[in-house]
Design a protein around this ligand. Structure first.
Ligand SMILES: *[C@@H]1O[C@H](CO)[C@@H](O)[C@H](O)[C@H]1NC(C)=O
Ligand SMILES: *[C@@H]1O[C@H](CO)[C@@H](O)[C@H](O)[C@H]1NC(C)=O
Ligand SMILES: *[C@@H]1O[C@H](CO)[C@@H](O)[C@H](O)[C@H]1NC(C)=O
Ligand SMILES: *[C@@H]1O[C@H](CO)[C@@H](O)[C@H](O)[C@H]1NC(C)=O
Length: 292
């Protein structure tokens, strides 16, 4: 123990000295004694705009969980995948042996290559997938792109003008494609058993986080440590914020933006387009949701 502490202190001294030279500014962060970087034990694979950030931040409250700070895009972007597993591990946080590492990249769920690549890394891995009503997801996807375009002074289009082309639903629209959960899930089930994929109800997580998080704790065989006192409702934001280690934090302001009011005929067209896909998805996972 003493040696470890001494080593740690010496390491820190040396590092501070080295930092005096500009060429050493790229030095990696300090490694707390007894920790190492590990490949993820669990990955949140999606879906984009499903609530992946909220899920990750809420799970981070658990003392046995450490989370990767950024979306890594290892399994879905070829230019990252070719860098190899050591590059990937290098982006993971330091963890103790009793902790599990979680990474989230929402793009994995809809990526054609991700299931096989993740299976190659660890065929018995446990995966988390957070989903919400597919129509709501499309509108949320649109809303994010809308604000991004506004901020970079690019022209924006009305939701209805993108979703409807010549009077019919524009099913080529990427946001609609991403909401075809059955199509994507089929690819995952070619490589993983259904019992390796836990589905979190994104609509419920936002309204009442604790029960959904307790299901995740059970799925990951973790002791129950997340408490109702870890969450408080913020009236202004209309969302739960997180309280842990005496700190309070809310999700970034880009989360939970108000959605546009969508023409009801267009909404009905979306609902009816997704209905069959949803039914197919429910059969696949032997569970149903109260989506439109
Ligand atoms: C693979 O995943 C299983 C289940 O989460 C885990 O117990 C095991 O340690 C993982 N293997 C590696 C090499 O990370
Ligand atoms: C509640 O949300 C508002 C708006 O996002 C924020 O300014 C405020 O700090 C939050 N309050 C608390 C107690 O988290
Ligand atoms: C919604 O759009 C349809 C055409 O797709 C149009 O006929 C109808 O008037 C619109 N409804 C409203 C309330 O704007
Ligand atoms: C489907 O779920 C029901 C309970 O919800 C369970 O009794 C049944 O065994 C499940 N079937 C399969 C194939 O997993």
């Amino acid at each position: 123990m003493l040696i470890a502490v001494l080593f740690f202190l010496t390491h820190r001294c040396l590092r501070n000295l080295l930092l005096l030279w500009p060429q050493f500014h790229q030095l990696p962060p300090l490694r707390p004694p007894g920790t190492s970087r590990r490949i993820p034990h669990t990955i949140i694979i999606g879906v984009r705009k499903g609530g992946t950030r909220a899920l990750l931040e809420m799970l981070d409250v658990h003392p046995n969980i450490v989370v990767a700070a950024t979306e890594v895009h290892f399994f879905d972007w070829d230019e990252n995948y070719v860098k190899g597993i050591d590059w990937y591990r290098g982006l993971m946080p330091f963890s103790y042996e009793n902790q599990i590492t979680i990474e989230k990249t929402p793009g994995y769920f809809t990526s054609p290559q991700a299931p096989e690549r993740i299976h190659d890394m660890n065929s018995s891995i446990k995966l988390l997938l957070i989903l919400r009503d597919p129509t709501e997801r499309v509108i949320s996807d649109y809303t994010q792109v809308y604000y991004n375009r506004l901020e970079s002074h690019k022209p924006v289009q009305l939701f209805e003008d993108i979703v409807i082309k010549n009077g019919a639903l524009n099913t080529k629209y990427k946001a609609i494609q991403r909401s075809l959960y059955d199509i994507h899930m089929e690819r995952w089930l070619k490589h993983f058993h259904l019992n390796q994929i836990h589905i979190v109800d994104g609509n419920t997580l936002i309204k009442d986080p604790l029960p959904e998080l307790q299901k995740v704790e059970r799925f990951l065989n973790l002791p129950s440590r997340i408490m109702s006192s870890n969450f408080y409702f913020n009236q202004t934001k209309g969302f739960y914020c997180i309280r842990s280690d005496g700190r309070e934090r809310c999700l970034h302001e880009s989360k939970g933006r108000p959605h546009p009011v969508v023409n009801s005929t267009v909404l009905e067209q979306l609902y009816s387009y997704f209905r069959e896909h949803n039914a197919n998805f429910y059969r696949m996972i032997n569970h149903s949701f109260d989506w439109h």
